[in-house]
Write a protein that binds this ligand. Sequence first.
Ligand SMILES: Cc1cc2nc3c(=O)[nH]c(=O)nc-3n(C[C@H](O)[C@H](O)[C@H](O)COP(=O)(O)OP(=O)(O)OC[C@H]3O[C@@H](n4cnc5c(N)ncnc54)[C@H](O)[C@@H]3O)c2cc1C
Length: 579
Amino acid sequence: MSLTMAPEIVRTEVLIIGAGASGLRAAIELAARGKECLVIGKRQHGDAHTGWAAGGINASFGHRDPEDRWQLHAADTIREGHFICRPEAVEFLAREAPERVLELQEWGCDFALTEDGRIDQRYFGAQCFRRTCFVGDRTGRAILQTLVSRAETLQVPWRENIYITALLTDGRDGRVCGAAGLDLERRRPVVFAAGAVLLAAGGYTSIFGRTTSRRNENTADAVALACRAGAVLRDMEMVQFHPTGMVAPEEMSGRLVTEAVRGEGGRLFNADGERFMSRFAPEEMELAARDVVARAIFEEIESGRGTPSGAVLLDISHVDSDTVRERLPGMVARFAEYGIDITRQPMEVAPTAHYAMGGIRVDFADGATSLPGLFAAGEATSGLHGANRLGGNSLAETVVFGRRVGIHLAELETRLPSDGTVEALSRDHLKFLDDLSRSEGRRRPGELIQKLGRILDERCGILRDGDGLRHGVEEVAALREESADLLVSWEDLPQALDLRCMLPCAEAMLRSALERRESRGAHFRRDFPETDSRQEKNILCREGGDGVLEFSTEPVPEISEEIRSALEERRILEYGHLE
Ligand SMILES: Cc1cc2nc3c(=O)[nH]c(=O)nc-3n(C[C@H](O)[C@H](O)[C@H](O)COP(=O)(O)OP(=O)(O)OC[C@H]3O[C@@H](n4cnc5c(N)ncnc54)[C@H](O)[C@@H]3O)c2cc1C
């Protein structure tokens, strides 16, 4: 196979890399405002990772709990983010989420309703009120389908099975003016000339071995593309481990058991039959913050109180079986496939890498990155969730910030580069792709990805320490050397490209984790178990001229008076009434 043929050249005012909720929401705004754009994704159109989101989307309607309001949503987000969330981002999210959810409903998203016909809301961990709107346990799929069909109505053009492998930067003014990659279906190189580029290409949890993502998504493409082009990353050490992932069968290991199971009353037991959360969070129990529940489960398993398969038990069989079937149909069906009736039997669960709070540094008002011409939205970005994300906040993030960046891009004056310019800018990179596609070394990319997963699980998982992280940095460097000796066929070329994104991301994550010498939210260091108020900062990282990562910090801006006083109300969920 050879990729030496002339690339297809595609021109568009705004290139949107990512066809999940954030990319599509931006495209809808652009189309509604009459600006040309093109949405591209690595998979088939309509099959983005967003479709896997289960439990719900947060908006402080107060339909169940009338006292709820946006300021309390913001306060919960900042408290749960352990005070390193960017307050301006949190404010945009909490203020605008209700309008975005209503808009989704208007566009056909069939949210569950209360008896009086308003959008229903359920509990999610660490939130003071019922705030999470849902479509059973398939909220992400329903939202994605709604956005796909809304974009179709507005005739938003899209391309599927396109793997972007490099951003193109104009040497004269450093402006991002396009992208290059592969059309996986037609097996040919493709180059995009664009007036602006929006990166909405998801997160990086697949650098871990156990993850809630499918194998070839959340492979760090967004951060790797941005970082290589010179953009600044933020808080790369912050990855959320979901407390409850499946453990069996092998091919489903790590897949999410939604928090909605605990939201609906599910209880956790160790192998001795003890409801152990009473030792870790006696008030909040199973609905304590995700980092607290994940660490508790991890410690139970590590201390030998797990099941033989290295899990604890999540049991919802005490809840009326019709309610379980109605509220958790996806979970009932998924476990039934493997012979488990969750209305009668417990599920085996263990923590799994779930969400990247770290990512590209953006200005949340308009999604601008540190590079002219480059914008970002959704899980690809960082700063909204700080050190830990509230369940339900990331779907809200996709639509709130997707729309914001869409508005900005629609108004932005864009200038397209010529075909000749993008062809010249992509020439070396396409040559590199061609060489890679014909590599005849000894290592299969899939084998190295598995190795990387084991390194990250061991060195940068739920509990970390300096020695482990330093070892991790060395092991990743060694893996990078091994990756110069790849054996690549067309079939595993995408994996070779994934690996090329995952390796620098893993290094950035390990080294950011070394930089943060404290424990905060999802980042727990055994050698620095306390939170240090002097480190209430964001950690920035960028590739220096010689390709070496450079680190710095930036202070967290002041929280507005309105949110501060909401924080001072110290509202917390009355966990008692969940029983
Ligand atoms: C199992 C699971 C359940 C979840 N449940 C919830 C929930 O209940 N509530 C909630 O708020 N959040 C939830 N989340 C998180 C939430 O789903 C995600 O954060 C959100 O959907 C991310 O959307 P996105 O648009 O940023 O990216 P994605 O939906 O990940 O879309 C990324 C897009 O980029 C494309 N892409 C990637 N790389 C490239 C490339 N190199 N070239 C071209 N295209 C590329 C992909 O093909 C895809 O189209 C859950 C996450 C998981 C893993």
